[in-house]
Design a protein around this ligand. Sequence first.
Ligand SMILES: Cc1cc2nc3c(=O)[nH]c(=O)nc-3n(C[C@H](O)[C@H](O)[C@H](O)COP(=O)(O)OP(=O)(O)OC[C@H]3O[C@@H](n4cnc5c(N)ncnc54)[C@H](O)[C@@H]3O)c2cc1C
Length: 367
Amino acid sequence: MEAYDVVIVGAGPAGLAASIKAKELGLSYAILEKGESILQGIIDSFPSGKTVYPTIPKGEPETFLIPDLEPGNEPVEAYVTKVKGCVEKYDIAVRLGEDANDLVRMEKGFKVVTSGSEYECANVVLAFGRSLPTELGVYGDAAHVHRRLDDPDQFIGKANLVIGGGNAAADIVAALSRAKRTAEDDTTVFWAHRREQFKVDKEVARDLGEEILLGGNIRILQEAVPRLGEIDKDGIERLLIGIHEIDVADGMRFHEGLSFPMNNVIACIGTQGPAAVFEKMGLEQVTADKIRSKPAKSGKEGPKLIVLRPGFHTSTEGIYAIGAAISPAYAHEGMDGKLHRRKHTDLIYTAIRDGIQAIEHIAHRNQ
Ligand SMILES: Cc1cc2nc3c(=O)[nH]c(=O)nc-3n(C[C@H](O)[C@H](O)[C@H](O)COP(=O)(O)OP(=O)(O)OC[C@H]3O[C@@H](n4cnc5c(N)ncnc54)[C@H](O)[C@@H]3O)c2cc1C
C-alpha cells in the first residue's frame, strides 16, 4: 500500500488549500471528501443564492493566499463552480464519497480508514469543518425545526421564525424576505436571538439593510428564548418562543411569547465543535476555564478547546487540525509551554491560511 506524506480529511476551502500547497511543495497526498462534491459543507449549509463574501479578519494581510479560492461576492452556486475550475486547474484529485471514520496509529505514521478503503500516511490534516447542529435546548423535542434553508419558496404564505444571532441566520432572514417580497407575499419573517445584540459582519448587515429598505417584512425579536416544543390540539408540532417575562407575585411569572409550527421555524444557532471526534482520536483538549486568567462569571467550565502548537499541529505529532473544525477558538501552546485562548474566525480566508501553514509545517518537519 502506498504511504502518503499526508492525508487530508475534508474538501472544503481548508482541505483544498492544503492539497494545492502539498502539490506545490512536492508532498504526496490524498484528499478525502465524504460528500458527493468538493465544498460539500458549503453546499449543505449556505442558502441557495447566498452571496459568498471575501471577508478578511481584522489585522490579517489583505490578500487571499490562494487567489483562485477567493470568493468574489458571487452567489454560492457560482463560487462552487469557480472552485471546481480551480481544482481542475491545479489537477487536485479529490476522492469523493470517502467518509473518514477512523484513525489508527501505526508503528510509523497513521492509517485513515473509510468504509471502503484505508490510507497509510505520515501526517494527517483534519479539515472536516463543523457539521453537528447545536441543540435548541428546549423542553420537549424540537427535532423537526429546519436547520438550513433549502428552498425559500416553500415558506411563501407562512409567517416564519428564524432563530440565531449571527451571519448565517441573517443571510436566511434576507433570503426569505426577498423570496416573499418577489412573490408579493406579505407574511412576516420574525428573527429571534436570545441576546440583545446580534453579531453580523458589515457585508451581511448591508444586504439585510437593503432588503428592509426595499420593503422586506422583517420583525426583530431581541432576548427571545426558545422555551417549549409541544403538540397542539390539531396534532401540529409547535415551538414556543418567549419574548417577554416578568415576575408578578408569590412566585408567579407572566410570560409573553409566540408559537410557530415547527415546520415554519429555521434554527440557525451554529454547530457543535467536533470535540467528541478529537477526543476519540486522543488529541489533547482543555476546557476554557483552565486557561482563563480570571474564573468565568457563570462558574462554568466553558467549551473544550483543542490544544494546538505552531502550524496547527495537535498534541500528537503528525496530526494537524485546521479550518472551521477549530473555530471559534483553540488553545495555543506557545514556545514557553503556556496555553492561551486564541480566537479563530470561521471564514474561508482563515481556512485557506490554515491549510497552507499546516502543509508548510509538514514540509519543514520532513526536511
Ligand atoms: C450560512 C453560512 C454562511 C457563510 N458565509 C461566509 C461568507 O460569506 N464568507 C466567508 O468567508 N465564510 C462564510 N462562512 C464560513 C465558511 O463557510 C467556513 O469558514 C468555511 O467553509 C470553512 O472551511 P473548512 O474547509 O474548514 O470547512 P467546510 O467548508 O465545512 O468543509 C469541510 C468538508 O469536510 C467534509 N467532511 C466532514 N467530515 C468528513 C469525514 N469524516 N470524512 C471526509 N470528509 C469529511 C465535509 O463534507 C466538508 O465538505 C459561512 C458559513 C455559513 C454556515
